[in-house]
Design a protein around this ligand. Structure first.
Ligand code: UD1
Ligand code: CA
Length: 409
């Protein structure tokens, strides 16, 4: 098997996003765009990934500081995608294998496409292979130009296209596999003679063809996977597509989502089977939900929520950084923050943990089989023993629990 590395381009200033934050850090369903592209590389077994950074490089590196398969490459001036790849030259000049080049602003990439790309590249023994897509509206993308025998001749950027070329609807999603040596040779020759005065990676593809090497373009990319995110509007479209994927996978794994269009589930959430997610539920961050739970309608589950099996969270219930044991019920209008709640606890309507005292976030523990009556305020830090019974409408502090003993309230 050929050795394979990946280069991900993530240095660009995103003027169209109108942002101070690096584009690849903008989130799609709770994860930065770059995370998805890295995942795709890892899933096909790539162990060495070069990420080219420039604009807000520090933030990007910080966000991914725990990844030990990334080599960061600096591109000080953003002179184009071809120039960005060339910035890796010192690292890869002696590498004899295949180089996958992807863009950090293409989070919708799927591993199946990369696998297809590799198969085509190897079976066709090409010097470069690109995966293409057919779009109804190809505006903004580089167009794949083919000759009358259907062989690829090159890629022309939208801004450089003739009227005729603009009509081509086969586009370049920027998923390429190159013979590394041939890639570097071609990159040395590209010139910024185009409308944007940039060094285009796409020109390296044309260059490889011009020098007589075999280049293949496989139409392997689904339209909804081809999107590069260049604007906030595209970010929202990409998020919607990703959300659909997340929900499809959950449903395949046995989760009922009553109304997918009116439900939002973070990419990091894990939900076990036979759990039912009612409409208008928003799950944000790392959230774990066990089996046979019923969530919503109108529930808001935030980062650090862990629900064991058979938990019921009803309308307007918000949970954050809290673990609920088997059988906990909070059916109406509750806030549980920074709490550990034992088995079969009933949280009455409108009861909340007052977890923030103005300076610190404090913890609430509620023992197994406790009953918290409606409209109670549990002032943290608070430790309620098992079988505690809090009457409706009680303001519970540790002080009055100690006074009243086990039958507090
Ligand atoms: C690029 C492709 C286009 C393709 C489209 C797919 C080129 C010239 N064009 O266009 O054919 O259809 O992607 O989405 O390659 N970047 C750097 N350094 C730079 C410039 C860009 O790292 O100097 C990075 C950007 O951060 C981004 C990626 O490369 O992640 C692509 O750059 P972008 O400017 O978005 O290219 P497009 O115009 O979308
Ligand atoms: Ca782009």
């Amino acid at each position: 098997m050929a050795e394979r590395i990946a280069i991900i381009l993530a240095a660009g200033v995103s003027s169209r996003m109108n942002t101070q934050i690096a584009k690849v850090l903008h989130e799609v369903c709770g994860r930065p765009m770059l995370a998805y592209v890295l995942d795709a590389c890892r899933k096909i077994g790539i162990e060495k990934i070069y990420v080219v950074v420039g604009f807000s490089a520090k933030q990007v590196k910080e966000r991914f500081s725990d990844a030990n398969d990334i080599t960061w490459v600096q591109q000080d001036e953003q002179l184009g995608t071809g120039h960005a790849v060339l910035c890796c030259k010192e690292h890869i000049k002696d590498f004899q294998g295949q180089t996958l080049v992807l863009c950090g602003d293409g989070p919708l990439i799927r591993t199946q496409t990369l696998t297809a790309l590799i198969e085509e590249h190897e079976s066709g023994q090409s010097a470069a292979t690109l995966a293409t897509a057919i779009l109804e509206d190809p505006t903004g993308y580089g167009r794949i130009i083919r000759d009358k025998y259907n062989n690829i001749k090159g890629i022309i950027e939208d801004s450089d296209c003739t009227e005729e070329q603009l009509k081509v609807n086969e586009i370049n999603p920027s998923y390429y596999l190159f013979n590394n040596k041939i890639l570097l040779e071609a990159l040395e020759k590209i010139q910024p003679d185009n409308v944007k005065k940039e060094y285009y990676l796409t020109d390296a593809v044309s260059g490889i063809i011009a020098t007589g090497h075999k280049v293949l373009a496989v139409t392997a990319v689904r339209p909804e996977e081809a999107m590069g995110v260049n604007s906030r509007a595209q970010l929202s479209v990409a998020s919607k597509i990703m959300q659909h994927r997340i929900q499809q996978e959950l449903m395949e794994n046995g989760v009922t989502i009553v109304d997918p269009d009116n439900t939002w589930i973070d990419a990091r959430a894990k939900i076990d089977r036979d759990t039912i997610i009612e409409p208008f539920t928003y799950i944000h961050g790392e959230v774990i939900i066990g089996q046979n739970c019923r969530i919503g309608p109108f529930a808001f589950l935030r980062h650090g929520t862990v629900l064991n099996n058979n938990v019921v969270l009803g309308v307007y219930t918000e949970v954050k950084n809290t673990t609920l044991a088997d059988g906990v019920r909070a059916r109406h209008h509750s806030y549980l923050g920074d709490a550990i709640v034992g088995h079969n606890v009933n949280i009455g309507a409108g009861s909340i943990t007052a977890n923030f005292d103005g300076e610190n976030i404090n913890q609430t523990n509620i023992g197994d089989n406790s009953y918290i009556g409606a409209g109670s305020i549990l002032i943290a830090p608070l430790d309620l023993q098992k079988d505690s019974h809090v009457n409706a409408g009680t303001v519970v502090s540790q002080e009055n629990v100690n006074k009243l003993g086990k039958k507090g309230g």
